[in-house]
Write a protein that binds this ligand. Structure first.
Ligand SMILES: [Zn+2]
Length: 228
């Protein structure tokens, strides 16, 4: 199962050593509430409630990418709307459901529709369904192999699922597109460290620090090297 980064609140797998969203080291200790600013605590509580509510809704209308071609998805939504009458957010939920159905129709018709794959990935990522998100982001990356945005999202969702090798491959794809991608370099080190490969992580971060000394990612790398 996953836990939350104590610095930025991103979901991270249990065995991660560094957060790929903010670079914070992930200690063996469970995050303590005292260590978090009050404002962030509230943010976590509110976002957790939103995620749970959205997850329930989307679970009820869809079982994931397998149903991407289901032409009856729209009918299920109408059934849901009837049950949820009186709920003030019903309109917005109906909107999300219609968007999901329309997007799934688009990718079913055209497997090269990268923007539709990306948006589907984003919607599933936002509600914490990283497995589905990874599937759709991978679709976007296949549709447009030169898209660093798609590979970045493949990296983040794979990392959150603890699929470190997939995350690492995505970093290499990003570096293949742009060898000066310092964020991909930082993240490659964080992923290698999480895989237990501290020597390779050290090499990647030391290279980053020596080649791009003024880059903010190098500052993160220098901090992380101390924690390695
Ligand atoms: Zn973080």
């Amino acid at each position: 199962m996953s836990m939350k980064c104590t610095e930025c609140g991103t979901d991270i797998p249990q065995n991660a050593k560094f957060c790929v969203s903010c670079g914070a080291p992930v200690g063996g200790d469970a995050p303590t509430r005292q260590s978090q600013p009050k404002r962030q605590q509230w943010l976590y509580i509110v976002s957790a409630l939103v995620v749970v509510a959205a997850a329930i809704i989307i679970y009820s209308v869809s079982s994931g990418p397998e149903t991407a071609t289901d032409p009856h998805a729209g009918m299920n939504m109408q059934g849901m709307g009837g049950q949820a009458s009186g709920d003030p957010s019903q309109g917005a939920m109906g909107g999300i459901m219609r968007e999901l159905a329309a997007l799934k129709e688009r990718v079913a018709k055209d497997s090269t529709d990268a923007p539709a794959f990306m948006r589907l990935g984003d919607l599933y990522f936002q509600i914490g369904r990283f497995e589905q998100a990874l599937g759709y982001y991978s679709g976007a990356a296949r549709a447009n192999t030169a898209s660093p945005e798609a590979w970045t999202q493949v990296m983040h969702s794979a990392f959150q699922l603890g699929k470190f090798q997939t995350a690492l491959d995505a970093c290499d794809q990003m570096l293949g597109i742009n060898s000066d991608d310092t964020e991909a370099m930082y993240n490659k080190g964080a992923i290698l460290a999480s895989m237990g490969n501290r020597e390779e992580a050290r090499k990647v971060w030391e290279t980053l620090v020596s080649q791009y000394p003024d880059d903010p990612e190098s500052q993160r790398a220098a901090e992380s090297l101390k924690q390695l």
